[in-house]
Design a binder for this molecule. Structure first.
Ligand SMILES: Nc1ncnc2c1ncn2[C@@H]1O[C@H](COP(=O)(O)OP(=O)(O)OP(=O)(O)O)[C@@H](O)[C@H]1O
Ligand SMILES: [Mg+2]
Length: 457
């Protein structure tokens, strides 16, 4: 319903103005600033006509301007049409400058007033539609992906655009950031959705088996090959092949994979007859591929083949607002699964979730929320139930002393080294230039997890 608030102190004009509008406009009237504000709060009118000369200053415009400011501050979407006295162009211009949408000069002419007011209603309506459309397009509607941060919403929009195409996509990001979830979304939203999604973890399969896993083998091609077998690539035919942890693929296989990506033909181990395969390839890695290339452990030409599009998934701590909405959603789904529905986070728990750095990202959060669901007394999950490790803040502006700064930096360097080396302690200690026992002492001291959060999940 169209709501119009007329702010006018002259009773004669009040009733004259009221009769200018047809039945589809609900008109309310205020004679002073206070009443106007009360009606504004209660009725939320889309349009207000505002006489600038209000008591206690009916001859001036101070009350009118003050009210205009109030309205634009309290309800900035409201369209305000200021009504000025004859020849009062100066104040009209000033009011428009402050944010009024239009002005109207006395004496009253019903036709012109309705015209101006209806135009303001139309404007309000268009702006409302616009806001609704904008909020729809920034929302995320990819199943299973909970996101509120601009960073993640942007990634979801890219997924929507890229999914229907066949471009080879590389997804990078720390452990537990949702790389596999995004790979699955790329498949689900493609024309290949009803065909297989074949995933293979290149880091989890021993080097000597990976080739036959991927490419298949012919009977008799090696001891134990009593019959021929299709590889993952072939079994994904028509669908999507997801190569997880591609950064860990051995060099020899990288060459063979590159050949496949160029020719789209599979050579089974022990066969001389290439088989054509139609798959969309999605790769993921938690490693820094540029670094691997410069170390000589990843082929640059393969990198360019697999990264026609790259989705760089930010860590949870770098996504503003995601931690708490994902935690809420996990609490709901896990709570139901674990037969403890209706649990909620206490304020200190919510605060702890938002400020913790989540080095293991969503995967770590799943573990912590599960634990809290088990531990919670009553209906509330407290910060204690979540047992989030205490972290030293690295923000030097707010440091108490040098010790805190040093410990913060130390902790950060260790976490970084561990992630880079996939939690290989020997490698990480070499990278940090310390002995393994020292690294263990430090991870104890800072309560840093020494295995990937994924190893237990
Ligand atoms: N935005 C999200 N909303 C809801 N659940 C999420 C989100 N991101 C990740 N998850 C969940 O977190 C878990 C880890 O996600 P996923 O396996 O996709 O991460 P990953 O980046 O592949 O991790 P890893 O490097 O450890 O393999 C999954 O259970 C996934 O469903
Ligand atoms: Mg994964």
């Amino acid at each position: 319903m169209k709501q119009l608030l007329i702010v006018e102190d002259d009773p004669g004009l009040q009733s004259q103005m009221r009769w200018c509008f047809s039945d589809d406009v609900e008109v309310s009237i205020a004679a002073d600033r206070e009443t106007a504000l009360a009606l504004l709060r209660r009725l939320e009118p889309q349009v207000v006509t505002l006489d600038l000369g209000l008591p206690p200053d009916p001859g001036g415009a101070t009350q009118g301007f003050a009210l205009l400011e109030d309205i634009l501050r309290l309800a900035p979407q409201t369209k305000v049409v200021v009504v000025t006295g004859r020849e009062d162009k100066e104040n009209a211009v000033k009011a428009i400058g402050m944010g009024a949408c239009d002005f109207y000069q006395k004496p009253l002419d019903g036709d012109i007033l309705t015209f101006v007011v209806n135009r303001a209603f139309r404007l309000a309506e268009l702006e409302k539609e616009n806001r609704e459309l904008a909020s729809q397009s920034t929302g995320n509607n990819i199943k299973g992906i909970v996101a509120a941060s601009p960073e993640m919403l942007a990634i979801c929009r890219t997924v929507e655009k890229v999914a229907p195409t066949d471009v080879t996509t590389l997804i990078t990001g720390e452990t537990g950031t949702g790389k596999e979830l995004l790979a699955q979304a790329l498949h689900d939203r493609s024309h290949r959705a009803d065909k297989p999604f074949a995933a293979i973890n290149c880091a989890a399969i021993p080097e000597n088996l990976l080739e036959s896993e991927l490419f298949g083998f012919e009977k008799g091609s090696f001891t134990g090959a009593t019959q021929s077998k299709k590889g993952k690539i072939e079994s994904a035919n028509g669908g999507t092949l997801f190569l997880d942890e591609i950064g860990d693929m051995p060099m020899a296989l990288q060459a063979k994979l590159l050949r496949f990506l160029q020719e789209r033909m599979v050579d089974r181990v022990g066969s001389v007859k290439p088989i054509p395969v139609d798959v969309r390839v999605v790769c993921a890695t938690h490693r820094n591929v540029q670094e691997l290339i410069s170390q000589g452990s990843f082929r640059e030409d393969l990198y360019y083949r697999i990264s026609e599009i790259t989705l760089d998934v930010p860590a949870l701590r770098d996504r503003d607002g995601d931690a708490i909405v994902i935690a809420q959603s996990l609490l709901k789904s896990l709570g139901k699964q674990m037969e403890r529905p209706n649990l909620s986070f206490s304020e200190d728990a919510a605060q702890a979730i938002s400020s913790y750095s989540w080095p293991g990202n969503v995967r770590e959060m799943i573990n912590k929320v599960k634990r809290a669901i088990i531990m919670a007394d009553g209906k509330r999950i407290t910060a204690d139930d979540l047992v989030l490790p205490v972290e030293e803040s690295c923000d030097t502006d707010y440091q108490l002393n040098l010790r805190q700064v040093r410990e913060g930096a130390e902790r950060k360097a260790i976490v970084q080294a561990l992630t880079t080396c996939n939690y290989n302690m020997a490698q990480a200690s070499r990278l940090l230039g310390i002995t393994r026992p020292t690294l263990y002492n430090l991870t104890d001291k800072y309560r840093i997890e020494t295995s990937t959060a994924s190893s237990g999940a």
